[in-house]
Design a protein around this ligand. Sequence first.
Ligand code: PEP
Ligand code: MG
Length: 561
Amino acid sequence: MVVGIPASPGLATGVARIIGRVPVPNQRGRDIDPAGTVERALDAVSTELTQLADRLRSEGHNDEAEIVAVGALIANDPVLRSQARDAAAGGGDAAGALLSVSEAHASVIESLGDATLKERAIDIRQVGRKAATFATGSHLATPATNGERLVLVAEELGPADIIGLQSNSVAAGVASRGGASSHAAIVARSLGIPLVLGVDRSILEVEDGTTLIVDGDAAKVTIHPSDQEIRHVMTAMDVAAKRVELLAQERSLPSATVDELQIALLCNVATPEEARGGFQSGAQGVGLLRTELPFLESVQWPTEHDHRRVLDPIFEQLVGQLVTVRVLDFGGDKLPPFLSDLAGDLRDLPRRGLPALLDTPDALSAQLRAILKAGARSRLRIMLPMVTSLRELAHARLLFQEAVNNVGVEAPALGIMIEVPSAALLADAFAQEVDFFSIGSNDLTQHVLGLNRRDAGSQPALAAHPSILTLIARVVRAGHAADISVGVCGEAAGDPLVLPLIIGSGIGSISVGVARLDEVRARVRRLSAEVCRDLFRQAVHAKSVDDVWDLVRAEALPSIL
Ligand code: PEP
Ligand code: MG
């Protein structure tokens, strides 16, 4: 057995699938055989899509299999291949060649005006993008499966790996690097996939197909479990499934404390499935739509058209609902290939979120137009990430107003995330300029405590640190004085040790991953707002985060089911 850190709760068993980077040269400019890289990248796309289509067919999903198989055909198209090879040999850049040649093919087909061919143009662009990510070596191999449930094992899992591999075939994830505040962990929690990170690297040496048990609560991975251990896990999984069912029975009950303080319960989403799941689980709206997650394998800034392709199916699930859309927040562990090249080995953008977007204002304007159009039938709010100064906000508001005029709609609410200390400290001034605040406890915690959220020591419960609570108190005061709403959309909102403090601080809305909604509602319903307020007053003056956790454990940790 190996032990790591708990990143996403739950218990699962399955067979190990070690995933790693596809061995394709990835140093752009130093690729000595760009034409060969083009061939290998298109081969990799073709193999991946053919395997996926075979699996879908064997599971009876014939329509889906046919759609996927079209991509494999495109990747094998001899004309596209030879043009991309020639372009790569001429320009020395395999990824660039794949993108430009696929774009040229797609444009020709699109210009014919036929609706079916238009769809095909989208497929061609997707194949081009996918191949380009293989060519830059930034794509993780998708595991094939013959019906067994898989436990993904990797040195480091990114959010795109978890999203890209979400299907019934993936039971759990294990990685030797990463922490509970990483985006991979956030996505896994949202999808209800158990995840253990920070385990010893020896896990990478287990053979593909080895049976594993992953315990996301105890952060343990059992290698080659005995029959008895497997039986025990199966029983525990049944019990957990029953608990989930019982919690779901409270969905129609209000999200309010025992003394009837209403806490709006919203959800964090990035896909149409999550949006649908959120509403099935009784969310009162979307508190955070993370728009960058679908573009983590993108090789260029998404265009307005790219955004619409992603946003339209999400908004289809959200007609008439409150939807808070955050503009692109690339950086840290959310770095697409076209920005990784800039960041080199550090894998951190010098600037993140809004500051990075303002360096490329056309990209922001394109996204704002797409959001305004896609969200026309919802109660839209637009949210800016990683804001640090009033000047940035003013610049963003200018582009926002331009986009509103251009699209010809009424301006939706514009708010900011409070997730760097600068924004929290200037909350009084920001409150005069925006319509709402949403506290991003994930980033706020790392910046205030000097941690990296990908580190093993970083975890959502650290938001209970007296320093963070002091900032939260300041933000809530500023928001209330200016009569704007203040919510939390970081993972702390779903953490049992922080939730009572958030309620005690006077925050009126929380937004959590879809798989956490029922549990969080059940907790809210068993807490007393009065006790929470008293707790918050004491916690702000505590000497350490451990002291705060002890206070919460003693006074506001109800047992639920
Ligand atoms: C946060 O920082 O708390 C947040 C919600 O943003 P993200 O996790 O996407 O960085
Ligand atoms: Mg953040």
